[in-house]
Design a protein around this ligand. Structure first.
Ligand code: FE2
Length: 274
């Protein structure tokens, strides 16, 4: 696990007013996507709320990690824009599964450029934002970056995970017929079934791969394994406080091997935070 290099001072040119304009743009951009059938509206609504919550948690991370106000504004712009590709993705393919449609991070860059959202910014700052958006959903970070610092990439990956945990915990508390279908990625809810490959990954402290996920329980294991991928101490602290991992683990079959793997993931948060 890499340590995050903060605090940092950026000679930022983004002003609060410009960030406010981006927020207003977002509200106008997403509205037409809500005008669809009830299932589609529920799924789009989920992504709008997700974006707002990622912005909220990003603010907490920036505060906890003592970022400057300029760096915080960049981080908040990244949080606001990281999933704008989800809206054209859902309209065109009716799914949030990238493997069945297109990479939503790439689609987000298309939106950012088509809408000329960042053209008023210093090119170095544009690059910081675009690269964080582009890489926010990768299983592993690439070896090479164009931007000089990966701070915002790390922050958005942590903030995004923190809110995806919230979404799933809230969803699993709803009766199955009330769950927005696209949010569970269509995986079968088979209460006793856990795939060995997924459990092995979690048990060895590695991130469960989405292509090894077969059931909703596997998806829970995948999300629990993200605990090993958090980069900043504030994110680990928030995760522990919110109790998402325990909530995600609650519906899993009562088995010793599963319990051991889950408690190792939980302990890793405390041992690193300490
Ligand atoms: Fe996201």
């Amino acid at each position: 696990m890499q340590a995050i290099s903060i605090p940092m001072e950026f000679a930022t040119v983004m002003e609060q007013l410009q960030l406010d304009r981006l927020y207003s743009w977002f509200d106008g951009f997403v509205e037409p996507y809500l005008d669809t059938d009830p299932d589609g509206t529920a799924n789009i609504h989920l992504k709008i709320v997700h974006t707002r919550k990622v912005c909220e948690v990003m603010a907490l991370l920036c505060e906890g990690e003592n970022l400057s106000s300029g760096a915080t504004r960049i981080a908040l712009a990244v949080a606001l824009l990281h999933d704008v590709g989800r809206f054209p993705q859902y309209r065109r393919w009716r799914t949030f599964r990238d493997s069945e449609s297109d990479n939503h991070a790439r689609l987000a860059i298309e939106v950012i450029r088509k809408e000329k959202l960042l053209e008023w910014l210093d090119p170095a700052e544009q690059l910081l934002i675009e690269e964080a958006v582009r890489f926010h959903n990768l299983l592993e970070l690439p070896g090479k970056f164009r931007s000089p610092d990966q701070l915002f990439i790390k922050l958005i990956r942590d903030a995004d995970k923190l809110d995806i945990w919230r979404v799933f915990v809230e969803l699993q508390n709803l009766p199955p017929d009330q769950r927005a279908s696209a949010a569970t990625l269509g995986f079968a809810d088979l209460p006793e079934v856990v795939s060995a490959a997924c459990l092995n990954s979690l048990a060895t402290g590695t991130i469960v791969r989405l292509d090894s996920v077969r059931t909703l329980n596997d998806l829970r294991l995948l999300q629990i394994s993200w605990a090993y991928d958090l980069t900043c101490a504030t994110a680990r602290k928030i995760l522990l406080e919110r109790g998402y991992l325990t909530a995600l683990a609650a519906p899993l079959p009562e088995r010793e091997d599963i319990a051991t793997a889950v408690s190792a993931a939980l302990s890793s948060l405390t041992s690193i935070s300490a």
